[in-house]
Design a protein around this ligand. Structure first.
Ligand SMILES: Nc1ncnc2c1ncn2[C@@H]1O[C@H](COP(=O)(O)OP(=O)(O)O)[C@@H](O)[C@H]1O
Ligand SMILES: O=P(O)(O)OC[C@H]1O[C@H](OP(=O)(O)OP(=O)(O)O)[C@H](O)[C@@H]1O
Length: 188
C-alpha cells in the first residue's frame, strides 16, 4: 500500500521550518520522511536544510522532470524532488513543506494528500519575520501582503484543511502535529 503525503502550509514566518526541525525525530520514529526542498535561495540563507540552486539550474532540473511538485513565490522557485514518489510507492509516509498557492495543483497530482495549515496571529507573524532577520523590511512587508491575500481565500477555507496554531509554544505545536497525523493514521 502506498504511503500518505502530508502537505504542510503556512505563511512565511509561521514556523514551518522550526516545526519540521523539532518534529524530525518523532516523525522518523513513525516512519515519516520530510522531503528536502530545492530553492533558488542562497545556501547561506538562515533556515531550513534546503538544496540551493541558481534560477537557471532550477529551470533545467524542472524541464528534466526532476520535481514531483514545483512552484514560484516570494521571488523564489521551490521544488520537491521526484524521489518522494518512490518513497510513497514503497509505503513510506512523506511530509512536504508546501505552498497555499499550489495546493490545488498538488491535490490534482496527490488527491489523497492530508493538507495541514500552520496559523499564527498576525502581530506575532510580523514580529517573528522581523526577529528572524533573513528578509529586508520590504520583503517582510511583501510576505505579509501575500498572507493577507490568502486570508479568507479558498485555500484556507477548505473544509478538508487541518489547522494547527503555532502562536504559542513550539513544543505544543509539535505535539499537535503528531496527534493530527496519528489521528489520520499516516504516521501512526
Ligand atoms: N512557536 C514559536 N515560538 C516562538 N518563535 C517561533 C515559533 N515558531 C517559530 N518561531 C520563530 O519564528 C521565526 C520564523 O520561523 P520559521 O520556522 O523560519 O518559519 P517559516 O519556515 O514558516 O517561514 C523563526 O525565527 C523561528 O525561530
Ligand atoms: O503560497 P504560500 O503558502 O505563500 O507559500 C509560498 C512559499 O512560501 C513559503 O516558503 P518558505 O517556507 O520558504 O518561506 P520562508 O521563505 O519564509 O521560509 C512556502 O513554503 C512556499 O514555498
Amino acid at each position: 500500500m502506498s504511503g500518505s503525503l502530508i502537505y504542510l502550509m503556512g505563511p512565511s514566518g509561521s514556523g514551518k521550518d522550526s516545526l519540521l526541525d523539532a518534529a524530525r525525530e518523532p516523525l522518523a520514529a513513525r516512519g515519516c520522511r520530510i522531503a528536502r526542498r530545492v530553492i533558488t535561495r542562497s545556501a547561506e540563507a538562515v533556515g531550513e536544510d534546503a538544496l540551493a540552486l541558481s534560477p537557471a539550474q532550477f529551470e533545467a532540473e524542472e524541464r528534466a522532470g526532476a520535481f514531483a511538485m514545483s512552484w514560484r513565490a516570494n521571488g523564489l522557485a521551490y521544488g520537491i524532488p521526484g524521489q518522494i514518489d518512490a518513497w510513497l510507492a514503497a509505503g513510506e509516509h512523506v511530509l512536504v513543506n508546501g505552498s497555499r498557492g499550489y495546493l490545488a495543483q498538488a491535490r490534482q497530482r496527490y488527491p489523497t494528500l492530508l493538507p495541514v495549515l500552520l496559523t499564527v496571529e498576525l502581530a506575532v507573524l510580523r514580529q517573528r519575520l522581523l526577529a528572524r532577520g533573513r528578509e529586508t523590511l520590504a520583503e517582510v512587508e511583501a510576505r505579509l501582503a501575500r498572507n493577507a491575500q490568502f486570508a479568507g481565500g479558498a485555500a484556507v477555507q477548505d473544509e478538508r484543511l487541518h489547522l494547527l496554531d503555532n502562536s504559542g509554544e513550539l513544543q505544543r505545536t509539535v505535539d499537535n502535529l503528531l496527534g493530527l497525523i496519528g489521528g489520520h493514521d499516516p504516521c501512526a
